[in-house]
Design a protein around this ligand. Structure first.
Ligand SMILES: [Zn+2]
Length: 265
């Protein structure tokens, strides 16, 4: 008999142009939610009021304003724990967490493990638990975050770490970038059947104004070029674009990241 699990109930709140603020419903109290990366308070407050939800805590993945900008205004509605990375640029934390730490909300039936995933920023973290991954701007569906502070070595290592989590893990990223990322993924691997099929699925969802997310890690391992640096065709495409042989997988990753930075679909 297969094990039946109740997936975590997570709502997407849209903010700015393409950000997602995730509201995780507590299994023991479904009208109570934890917000991930509330860059803007207004759409979160509107969703709380519209759906009769109460906010129990805030999780932050990194210090960028479009991920933390709403914290002060949400705290003004009622003080809640604010948990995020140890970084002086985030002034409103009530608890800073490090790699391997557990964040346990016992009354809510929620528990996450903290994963340090430097690269997009030096102190970026992800929260993993209940077969779900909240990874901010580190892993995007079919892509990854830009290297604003970290090195290619760090980011590649962070992505490999996330990719090694179970394949059924649902991936909740910070932005709706999937369609554009797939254009790049297919420039790298034009013959990737999984990416071609996913492009059609995403186009239908976006045409219906639905989020492409969550993705799954199994799907990302099949379609995301940044998780496929060890794959022959990805290396060959990166080397052709670079016009030179590349060394280890990190060199392939760095070449892909540089190629994507200048890529226009
Ligand atoms: Zn960011």
């Amino acid at each position: 008999m297969s094990k039946i699990t109740n997936p975590l109930q997570v709502r997407a709140v849209r903010a700015f142009t393409d950000n997602y603020i995730w509201l995780i419903a507590a299994p023991t109290a479904p009208q109570t939610v934890i917000a991930v990366d509330p860059g803007d308070a207004a759409p979160v407050a509107a969703e709380l009021e519209r759906s009769g939800l109460s906010l129990a805590a805030i999780l932050l993945t990194h210090h960028h304003a479009d991920h933390i900008g709403g914290v002060a205004a949400l705290q003004a509605r009622g003080s809640v724990p604010v948990i995020g990375p140890d970084d002086a640029r985030i002034s409103l934390l009530t608890r800073s967490v490090h790699d391997g730490e557990r964040v346990d909300f016992e009354d809510l039936g929620l528990r996450f493990e903290v994963l340090a995933v430097p690269g997009h920023t030096t102190s970026h973290i992800a929260f993993w638990g209940h077969d779900a991954l909240f990874c901010g701007d580190t892993l995007f569906s079919a892509g990854c975050g830009r290297l604003f502070e970290g090195t290619a070595t760090e980011m590649n290592h962070s992505l490999q770490r996330l990719a090694a989590l179970p394949g059924h893990t649902r991936v909740y990223c910070g932005h709706e970038y999937t369609a554009a990322n797939l254009s790049f993924a297919l420039a790298v691997e034009p013959g990737n059947a999984a990416a071609l099929e996913y492009r059609d699925t995403v186009a239908l969802r976006r045409a219906a104004d639905l989020p492409s997310l969550p993705s799954s890690l199994a799907l990302e391992r099949d379609v995301n070029p940044f998780l496929r640096c060890a794959h022959g065709p990805v290396r060959a495409a990166a080397e052709q674009h670079a016009g030179a042989a590349l060394g280890d997988d990190t060199a392939v990753f760095a070449a892909l990241r540089g190629w994507k930075d200048g890529f226009r679909a």
